[in-house]
Structure formats: C-alpha cells, structure tokens
Write a protein that binds this ligand. Structure first.
Ligand code: NAD
Length: 330
C-alpha cells in the first residue's frame, strides 16, 4: 500500500459498546485508515459517537444486517480487515431471542466470512466469549484455551460454533481468522442490557438499592474497555490465528464489586439479593491470559479500582451533562 492509499477496515456492530471504542482507537492511532461501520442499530446508536469521535470524515456508518448479502457486497468493497463484533448480546436479549441469537451469530458469521473471501479481505477478527467454556467449578479455574469445553447456553454454543467456522476457513487458506474470548468487559458508554457494572454504578449514583442476582459469591473476570480494545487491535494486527482469551486474569465476587462501587461512588446504596435470572448462569469465571500476553506485546493497564473510577466518573459526568435521571431496568 502506498503512503496516500487509505487502509479500509469494516467494523460490524461498530455502534455497540466495544465497537465504538475500537473505531475510536483506530481513528485516533492511524492517519491512513478509513472505517466503515455496519450495524443494524438494534442496540447501538449512531449518536454514541458524538462524545468520542472527533474525526468522523474518515468514517462511514451503514445501517444494515450482517446477514444481508447485498449490503455486505457494498460495505466490503476495498476492505482489508474486518472486526466482527455484531451479535445479539446481553442476558435478557439472548434469553428472549434464542433463534435470532443463533442465526445472527452462526449464519451471519458464515455468510460474512464467505463474502470476505470473495472480496479478498485478508484478516478477520471474531468477537467470541468466555460463555464458550460452560460450567467450571471454582477449583478448576482459570479457564484456558486448551481446556476441553462444553458451552451450556445458546449464546455460548453459538459463539463456539463461530470459532469452529473460523478454524475451518483458516484451513482453507484464503483468509486469516483470529477469535478472542472476551470475559466481562466494562467501562464508559456501556448500555444497561443486563450488564452488571453499569447497572450497579447507576444505582449507586442514584443512592438506590443495588440488586445482586443470587448469593453474590459468583466470581467474574472484569476487564476495562481500554485494555480490551488494546488487546483486540494488537491481536488483529498480528498474524496469529486460533482462539485467545481476552481477560484480566483476575476475578472478584459480584458482592465485592457492589461493595467497591458503593465505596468509590461515595454512595448510600444498600445491597439487596434477588433470584437469579437463568439457571444456566455460569457460577464463576476467570481467564488464564498467558497465551495472549506471551504472543503479543500486550499487558493489563487498569486494575479494577482504576477501571471502576473511570467508569463511575464517566457516568457521573453524563448524568450531570444531560441533567437527567438515569434509571436501570435490572
Ligand atoms: N461486552 C462484553 O462483556 C462481551 C463479553 C463477551 C463477548 N462479547 C462480544 O463482543 C461483541 C461486542 O459486544 P458489545 O458488548 O459491544 O455488545 P453491543 O450489544 O453493545 O454491540 C453489538 C452491536 O451489534 C449490533 N447488531 C446486533 N445484531 C446485528 C445484526 N444482525 N447486524 C448488524 N448489527 C447487529 C447491535 O446494534 C450493537 O450495536 C459481541 O460479539 C459480543 O458477543 C462481549
């Protein structure tokens, strides 16, 4: 590519939480990049870019579905790299739309990769999930890419199927695919689709009771958005293929997270326990992130306190700026 030619990158689901930050980071760090976002706006919103993207001349936002062949032909023209983040996400949405979840994930990913090959795309990143691992006893943690795994949710099964699809196309040799198993990503601009941290932060800032589903001893591996984006871009820009955990490698109980948020937000909120939403909820999660740390130049920069402080401040600013009462449904 000569110096005046722009590299064209497609980000599916680019109006969503992680996608917005990936797009912002790519625009900030690369002068010669042009980004195309494909999103059906079922969750993401075009105006979520307002607070973060200062340079939108190098950005095209296309409303459409990843399963729409005609739109794929349009948006893939000239693209060299695809970040595939579009998916039905969030506990409530996944439970209420099992068929759509499977169809968007599995059929959407297959069609997208086939179209990528037709359009000579070189590199494909798949956003997969720690839900692929299924149930682990706390004694057998952390979760490692080489473990024998058995997903136990529709969403986890669909993500695992997508990873297998990527592997199959890698063997074909016409495209290079890499998949990342995200654990619990959190940070500024995350919506409330059943996500633990945004719900708790808003409840804390409103001094309302903080809801915990079940006993609260469930362990989770929370990773701040900026670290997630850094790992995502570095992994995609490498030549690695296969599956990589993108997690902090540290875990915390849901109860401790609530207590920490109350403390950091200087809130009067009380903790209340409510029944769990789905019996297959994974009890505990913790990533082994040695594979990605040892393969690319990546390290965690935000511990949970630093990440939560940034998150609380961003929601506080947002509430002050829009002078509104933000309410959670969860
Ligand atoms: N956030 C996390 O903690 C987490 C954890 C594990 C995996 N992931 C994966 O990372 C990716 C991004 O997650 P997120 O948290 O940003 O979710 P998100 O819901 O904020 O973003 C997903 C985006 O995809 C769009 N979308 C949904 N269906 C679509 C379709 N058929 N065609 C086009 N666009 C569509 C939505 O409008 C949304 O903007 C997803 O693939 C998700 O499964 C996220």
């Amino acid at each position: 590519m000569n110096a005046t030619m722009k590299e064209k990158i497609l980000v599916t689901g680019g109006a969503g939480f992680i996608g917005t930050h990936v797009v912002q980071k790519l625009l900030e760090t690369k002068d010669n990049v042009h980004i195309v976002i494909l999103d059906n706006f079922s969750v993401g919103k075009a105006d979520s870019f307002m607070p973060v993207c200062t340079d939108t001349k190098r950005l095209d936002i296309v409303k459409g579905d990843v399963r729409d062949e005609k739109i794929l032909d349009e948006v893939l023209s000239g693209i060299t790299t695809v970040y595939h983040l579009a998916a039905v996400v969030g506990v409530d949405r996944v439970i209420s739309m099992p068929q759509e979840t499977w169809d968007v994930e599995v059929n959407g990913t297959k069609m997208l990769i086939e179209k990528c090959i037709q359009h000579k795309v070189k590199r494909f990143f798949l956003a997969s999930s720690s839900e692929c691992y299924g149930e682990y006893s706390p004694g057998s943690l952390p979760m490692k890419e080489s473990d024998y795994i058995m997903p136990n949710t529709n969403y986890g099964k669909a993500k695992y199927e997508c990873e297998k699809v990527c592997e199959q196309y890698n063997r074909g040799g016409n495209i290079s695919c890499v998949a990342a198993r995200y654990f619990n990503v959190y940070g500024k601009l995350q919506s409330f689709n059943g996500y633990v941290i945004p719900n708790m932060v808003v409840q804390a800032l409103n001094n309302e009771p903080i809801k915990i589903y079940g006993h609260g001893d469930q362990l989770r591996d929370f990773m701040y958005i900026d670290d997630t984006v850094d790992a995502t871009i570095k992994l995609t820009e490498s030549e690695l293929t296969g599956v990589y955990n993108i997690g902090s490698g540290k875990c915390m109980s849901i109860k401790s997270i609530a207590e920490t948020i109350i403390k950091l937000a200087d809130s009067d909120s009380m903790i209340v326990h409510v029944p769990i939403r789905r019996p297959t909820d994974i009890e505990s999660k913790l990533s082994d992130n040695a594979k990605i740390r040892e393969s690319i130049n990546w390290e965690l920069r935000h511990d949970i306190n630093a990440g939560l402080k940034e998150t609380i401040n961003s929601y506080r600013r947002y509430l002050n700026e829009c002078n509104c009462n933000m309410r959670t449904s969860g």
